[in-house]
Design a protein around this ligand. Structure first.
Ligand SMILES: *Cc1c(COP(=O)(O)O)cnc(C)c1O
Length: 364
């Protein structure tokens, strides 16, 4: 068989061990996962009712157009219904974009370290990947512009960036967008947009009218707490969405995901509450970092990257034995660091006390 040779250079996504298995192996009575930036407060109570209603309709295909969700989301975002494309997670929106625009002979520009799916999909499509190293947590936009040429099909911006939590402010974004050639699609991944409180964070959707080569991706997996349903979306001008649509599977988002997301949008007080608690949770970690003199990036997401100046994998395993799963910086391009999802007040307090204990032991 002749598998595309670029696939041979890729490794499949490595899922963590199932939580029940870890619990059994380590003899823990509880385990807290702060590894994938899921919402520690779950999702809106509206969602449960909506999906129970939907369960009776399991035998029918979902609405391939996601009409109800589309109407609800369009109204919520003040965009036209035709300006939306839905995906089985925003991961799939990224895949659709790559499938539609990339092939060998094209290149794509992105930061590193950043969300790995841009590169992963670009490699599968056979495109050349041009990565520009992040400095002090920030996209080097000038450097990224220099990497763009007439064969650049997509430039990716992740803001807030995963895994640093840092963001691109309005002025920098605008200056950048103005200088990218019209032939190059600019994708701004705003997976953590709902959590952002920085005043100079841009309203990127407002730029879509003026810039036909701009697309914003977002998700219901993070603040909305619906990661298991797999639903995310892209927003761009109608013409671009129309051109992308054939690359989308007809029934890519399932009925439960559609009703769950719709119910989620209708409960903005849940989101507001989570954002407030997240901000307080971030403060818990900031004061811990200051007290322990640990370097970190101020985060606009629901996670924080902290430099423990330790072997990340060893620290990861230490926390695991205490019942906490986090992400080791070794897997994220930040050796010595951990990326920790902001949990509930109690979870934050507990993991912080384990981390303190570890640092104390290390100091002796
Ligand atoms: C989590 C995440 C996504 C993907 O989320 P989906 O669950 O596929 O919607 C996309 N981009 C970034 C930066 C993320 O952190």
């Amino acid at each position: 068989m002749d598998i595309k040779k670029q696939l041979l250079s890729l490794t499949p996504y490595q899922p963590g061990k199932p939580m029940d298995e870890v619990k059994r192996e380590l003899g823990l009575d509880k385990i807290v996962k702060l590894a994938s930036n899921e919402n520690p407060f779950g999702c809106s109570t509206n969602v449960k009712e909506a999906i129970m209603d939907q369960l009776g309709k399991a035998a029918t295909y979902p609405d391939g157009y996601a009409r109800q969700l589309r109407e609800t989301l369009a109204a919520h975002l003040s965009v036209a219904e035709e300006e939306l494309i839905f995906g089985n997670g925003s991961d799939e929106v990224i895949q659709i974009i790559c499938r539609a625009l990339l092939h060998s002979g094209k290149n794509t520009v992105m930061a590193t370290p950043t969300f790995p799916q841009y590169k992963h999909n670009a490699v599968i499509e056979g495109a050349e990947v041009r990565e520009v190293v992040i400095k002090d947590g920030h996209h080097q936009l000038e450097e990224m512009l220099k990497q763009i040429d007439e064969n650049t099909a997509i430039v990716w911006l992740c803001s807030p960036n995963n895994p640093t939590g840092t963001y691109i402010n309005e002025e920098s974004l605008l200056t950048f967008i103005q200088r990218v050639p019209k032939s190059c699609l600019i994708v701004v991944d705003e997976a953590y947009k709902e959590y952002v409180t920085a005043e100079d964070y841009p309203e990127t959707l407002n730029l879509l009218k003026e810039y036909q080569n701009l697309l914003v991706t977002r998700t219901f997996s993070k603040a909305y707490g619906l990661a298991s349903f797999r639903i995310g979306y892209g927003v761009a001008n109608k013409e671009l969405i129309r051109q992308l649509e054939p690359a989308r599977e007809p029934f890519n988002t399932n009925s439960l995901a559609q009703v769950a997301a719709t119910a989620g949008i209708q409960d903005q007080s849940f989101i507001k509450d989570c954002v407030e608690k997240n901000k307080q949770g971030l403060e818990q970690f900031y004061s811990f970092c200051r007290e322990m003199r640990l370097a970190y990036y101020p985060s606009e997401g629901n996670f924080i990257l902290i430099d423990f100046e330790a072997d990340s994998d060893v620290l990861f395993h230490y926390l695991l034995t205490k019942g906490y799963i986090v992400r080791s910086g070794n897997a994220l391009g930040y050796p010595g660091c951990l990326r920790i999802t902001i949990g509930t007040e109690e979870q934050n307090r507990e993991i912080i006390s384990h981390l303190k204990e570890y640092k104390m032991k290390q100091a002796i």
